[in-house]
Design a protein around this ligand. Structure first.
Ligand SMILES: NC(=O)c1ccc[n+]([C@@H]2O[C@H](COP(=O)([O-])OP(=O)(O)OC[C@H]3O[C@@H](n4cnc5c(N)ncnc54)[C@H](OP(=O)(O)O)[C@@H]3O)[C@@H](O)[C@H]2O)c1
Length: 308
């Protein structure tokens, strides 16, 4: 497992960042995180930090003064801690518009922009994806995913053409809640996807059976959605102290326990937790540093949560 993990010196990362004159400067107050764990995207070899950011519900807000300030701080904390991958969808109400607004004022070294197409029909799909690009205010998306397999056999043809034309860098497909795994398996076997997104956490481990091994075999990067089971995992451990042995993999909170479990699966590339709070963002980004649990420790984590 560990040979898959590259511990990039945060110091070097910042140095390289500041050297790139065209890019916005990071704030002086940015906490110098020790190391950011990254994993490779199998189809390109390019590396991604193992913690990204989701935007469902948390970014679906009206950007009035107070709300704008709060979410802007959340996004800035994400970038300051070395985060790059942001995941959204036209399904998430105002989220894409909010991201676009906040990207105008946040400083960053890199952005890996991921959204989804979530509509029926070829032309409607094209229009929706163009609209998303305008909302984000970026020249192109890194990753375009077919949301919940919706009309996937139609959209895949557009996405393949767009990838060839350089309009997107990667093609993906998503599901969640352990749903439609059979159909997703068929899609992954039939087409060359760069990414698959699915739910995987200590309570929802269905993906371990077929999809994660298949993704590894086919060289497909895996994004994990709902790593906290939409927050439900915190309810399960409420009032329970973190076990002493969590220190053995540099875990300081329940949030990090859940995230380190998700991203330590050998087939998983990156988890995309969502939060509306800076303190939770800092906590989550901490999961992308230090050691990750190995196979025996992962079994211990599963047993511990199952026993609650
Ligand atoms: N089919 C699909 O493609 C699909 C489906 C589902 C999700 N997704 C993607 O995956 C992302 C993540 O899934 P999700 O948003 O459903 O659920 P999630 O990330 O599992 O959980 C989010 C919840 O956890 C809380 N939280 C976050 N960090 C925390 C921390 N450190 N300590 C305590 N509480 C914390 C958040 O509340 P606070 O705001 O209070 O922090 C929020 O209520 C989505 O935002 C979306 O981008 C995709």
């Amino acid at each position: 497992m560990n040979d898959q993990i590259d511990r990039v010196s945060r110091r070097l990362f910042l140095k390289a960042t500041l050297a790139a004159a065209a890019l916005p400067l990071l704030p002086a107050g940015a906490r110098a995180a020790a190391e950011v764990i990254t994993k490779p995207i199998p189809s390109s070899g390019k590396r991604l930090p193992v913690i990204g950011m989701g935007t469902s519900r948390t970014f679906d807000v009206r950007l009035d003064g107070e709300q704008r300030g709060a979410l802007s701080e959340v996004l800035q904390a994400f970038f300051d801690q070395g985060g790059t991958l942001i995941d959204s969808s036209p399904m998430y109400g105002a989220a894409e518009q909010v991201i676009g607004e906040l990207l105008k004022t946040t400083r960053r070294s890199a952005l890996f922009a991921a959204t989804k197409v979530w509509i029926d029909g070829r032309q409607a799909g094209i229009e929706q994806m163009e609209n998303s690009r305008a909302l984000w205010g970026i020249p192109r998306f890194d990753l375009m995913q077919i949301h919940n397999l919706r009309d996937w056999q139609v959209h895949i043809e557009t996405l393949k053409a767009w990838k060839t034309q350089g309009k997107i860098r990667y093609i993906g497909i998503t599901t969640s809640h352990g749903r439609e795994h059979d159909e997703l398996e068929r899609a992954l076997k039939k087409e060359r996807f760069d990414f698959v997104q699915l739910t995987y956490n200590l309570e929802e481990r269905e993906a371990e059976k077929q999809l994660l091994p298949l993704a590894a075999e086919r060289g497909v990067a895996v994004l994990v959605n709902r790593p906290f089971q939409r927050g439900g995992l915190f309810g399960k451990v409420q009032g329970k102290p973190l076990p002493e042995w969590a220190k053995e993999f540099d875990c300081a909170s329940w949030g990090q326990f859940f995230l380190k479990f998700a991203v330590s699966h050998p087939a998983v590339t990156c988890a995309i937790p969502a939060t509306s709070k800076v303190k939770h963002m800092l906590d989550n980004m901490g999961a992308g540093q230090g050691r990750l649990p190995e196979a025996t420790m992962r079994e211990r984590m599963i047993g511990y949560i199952a026993g609650l």
